[in-house]
Design a protein around this ligand. Structure first.
Ligand code: ARG
Length: 435
């Protein structure tokens, strides 16, 4: 850099009228104050953000009495804020109630209704079936989307236990059970388009997955930290595991991240409510299922879509191929989440084998499902919990929820999953209660 002070002035040079400031002087007079101002502003912002983060992490703010209480006192079943706000937005227990009286069969998604007087389930005849009835049926299962339905022929081997139905205060009711069904057709009902992906998965064995293959997979996060997987059931609802919420019952700091196969701490969708069956369950095994209701409905796209719930009668024979996905540990005790979503194919393992003496010794109940591979090495692990165990028939269905296991990938002790068919009634009831 050359400055005029370096060289003697030539006598022919015209002396400038105004003295030019050297760039250094300009910098000192203008730049330094600007930089100082910017730096102090940045410092103030950083300090404010850090203070807020620390306060948010360790304290709960009682909005009405304007004071802070330690975070762990929120949702501890004891009112600590003067007006009790600390106990208002907590994980809720929703006991499994009476049957909702409506279900769908894997036989062409045909609708069945329970006759409360006889306790018998019967298929619904297509005679006089209407759009309004379809909406009522789907509403009873907790869907608020527009259903589609069509007539399907009564199969030759089908018991002629076919009924006509009417509606009474948003519930289907059996009208006559004299067995006459003039159309000879049943109602095939679809409450929501679900279980379709843009890309089919291919290779086996813990390899990288694309969100195009699993658009229903979400990350359930507390304080921006990935805790569990989960799956999208419809615009408002995420299915996951109850034990994910064991340590933190305050709904406010839970978020859901959808539409991405990369796990990072990007802010995500706010949660309105969280439901589990009960608090007094033996961790982590019994009733390991939860429903998360989002504050705002999801907009579906190629990377954000719902998976189907299984049909009530979907039986999975041993060796049926299933898929698992997640951001969980890639090695047992490896202590690290995977930044990329991983996928693998496993098989149904029958409960008797899973309960053997050298395995789970009877801890696997009728409401659980074992899945893995014979040689071991392919399994879900810590951080995969809550994610789906998936079965493909006509569409993808979430037949299981990642729940527990001894170690990860041990051939004798495969992954254990919550059997979703055992909780269909609970899922329907919770969603229906929120319609
Ligand atoms: N409980 C674990 C979690 O919170 C999931 C364990 C699954 N274990 C297994 N071996 N499949 O993420």
């Amino acid at each position: 850099m050359d400055t005029d002070s370096d060289q003697p002035l030539n006598s022919l040079d015209i002396t400038p009228l105004r003295k030019h400031r050297t760039p250094l002087e300009t910098f000192k007079r203008v730049g330094v104050p600007i930089i100082a101002a910017v730096l102090s502003l940045v410092t103030i912002i950083v300090v404010a953000v850090l203070t807020k983060a620390v306060l948010d992490k360790y304290y709960f703010f009682c909005g009405r009495s304007l004071h802070f209480i330690p975070r762990r006192q929120a949702c501890d079943s004891q009112q600590d804020c003067a007006s009790g706000e600390d106990e208002q937005n907590c994980v809720k227990s929703f006991p499994n109630g009476p049957p909702v009286g409506v279900r769908l069969s894997k036989d062409r998604s045909t609708l069945q209704v329970l006759d409360p007087d006889t306790g018998v389930w019967a298929s619904v005849c297509f005679d006089n079936f209407t759009e309004a009835l379809a909406e009522t049926a789907c509403g009873q299962m907790g869907f608020d989307s527009k259903p589609t339905f069509r007539a399907v022929e009564i199969g030759p081997d089908q018991e002629l236990n076919v009924i006509e139905i009417t509606e009474h205060s948003r519930e289907l009711q059996v009208q006559n059970s004299n067995g006459s069904c003039l159309s000879g057709s049943l109602v095939s009902l679809h409450c929501l388009a679900c279980g379709e992906n843009l890309k089919a998965p291919r290779v086996v064995g813990g390899e990288k997955a694309s969100v195009d293959s699993w658009p229903w997979q979400v990350s359930v996060q507390y304080n921006r930290q990935h805790i569990c997987g989960g799956s999208i059931l419809d615009p408002h609802w995420i299915l996951t595991a109850a034990h994910c919420f064991r340590k933190h019952l305050d709904v406010f700091n839970w978020k859901v991240r959808a539409g991405a196969d990369k796990l990072d701490s990007f802010p995500s969708l706010p949660v309105a409510k969280i439901f589990i069956i009960g608090f007094n369950t033996t961790y982590p095994k019994e009733e390991d299922i939860a429903l998360v209701k989002l504050q705002f409905p999801l907009t579906f796209s190629g990377t954000v879509r719902p998976i189907c719930l299984p049909f009530f009668d979907e039986e999975l024979a041993p060796a049926t191929p299933l898929w698992i996905i997640g951001w969980g540990f890639t090695e047992q005790g490896g202590g690290k989440l995977s930044d990329a979503l991983l996928q693998a194919s496993v098989q149904v393992i029958d409960n008797t084998r899973c309960n053997a003496e050298d395995a789970y010794e009877g801890d696997v109940t009728e409401k659980m499902l074992c899945a893995g591979i014979l040689e071991g090495g392919v399994d879900t692990c810590q951080g995969d919990s809550g994610g789906p165990l998936m079965y493909h028939s006509d569409q993808w269905q979430v037949v299981g929820i990642v729940s527990w296991g001894h170690g990860c990938g041990d051939p004798r002790t495969p992954g254990v999953y919550t059997k979703v068919t055992a909780y269909l009634n609970w899922i329907y009831s919770v969603r229906k209660s929120e319609l």
